[in-house]
Design a protein around this ligand. Sequence first.
Ligand SMILES: Nc1ncnc2c1ncn2[C@@H]1O[C@H](COP(=O)(O)OP(=O)(O)O)[C@@H](O)[C@H]1O
Ligand SMILES: [Mg+2]
Length: 311
Amino acid sequence: MPALQCEHLSKVYRGGFRKKGEVQALQDLSLAVETGQIFSLLGPNGAGKTTFVKILLSITHPTSGRAFVLDRPITEPRVRRKVGYLPENHRFPGYLTGQQVLTSFGSLSGVRGPALRSHIDSLLTLVGMQEWRDVKVRKYSKGMMQRLGLAQALVNDPAIVFLDEPTDGVDPVGRKEIRDVLRNLRNEGKTIFLNSHLLSEVELVSDRVAILDKGKLLKVGTVQELTTTEESYHIGYEGSIPEALRTEAAARVLDIVISSEGIVARVSDAASLNALIDLLRKHKVLITSVGQQRNTLEESFISLIKREIPE
Ligand SMILES: Nc1ncnc2c1ncn2[C@@H]1O[C@H](COP(=O)(O)OP(=O)(O)O)[C@@H](O)[C@H]1O
Ligand SMILES: [Mg+2]
């Protein structure tokens, strides 16, 4: 069962009475997230990520399309009992301690007394904030604030948790700590939906990634799928490649870059890769390795977004 499913979701924000003020924040978005995964929605600012999460939580409503969370339509209020949410740029009152923040959110969700106290203990342990529980929130670093935010999002023991830019403004050590918490949550069987404009973050932690730009879903896949360009190969070699051979090699493939680091060739199929290798071998080039070339997620992301820009 997918933890989250949406079909043809669109959202148009209408600015007042003027039709000119319309913003198409989401456009025909269909997506499914399997239970127990860390799923990331990746996209630049203004892509529509926050809008998407707000629709799933019924904070705002879609213009068209439908969505299901934990197999129930999002319009059913009781769905939200099993959903956690860390909003983007959240603020907790600085005069409260971490423990007090969690206690107040916990009682809002209907948990009280000893059950809430022991739950808060385990949440503070999970996010690594036990030692800071009695310190006022105003003394917290950004990373500590976000970890407390994570604990808050988990206070009702949700099956799925939506985290909107959880590592924004957090230093590298804090980010790693947050990633570790996310992995622990996944190990507990929770589904995690992450919004981020930080490519490197998503690459390290996600099982699946969806790339969103200007309200449109450009691609969905595993990090591996999104970063492997199937037709690009890296060929390691020793020795030198004379100019004439370079020209001949270029004629056999779609694109080739030859440097002392190796050869990167883009080919249409395995046959042309073999033709290139045959040519190199015929000229006594010693091949030391052949492998598929991986892009970073950042490169794939940029090339996808560029393709979207009309010529
Ligand atoms: N309440 C709103 N009213 C009008 N336009 C909005 C509103 N919220 C967001 N938008 C617009 O919708 C688009 C998507 O915004 P948002 O969902 O916040 O993107 P992201 O979270 O990816 O940065 C942007 O163009 C933004 O300006
Ligand atoms: Mg946002």
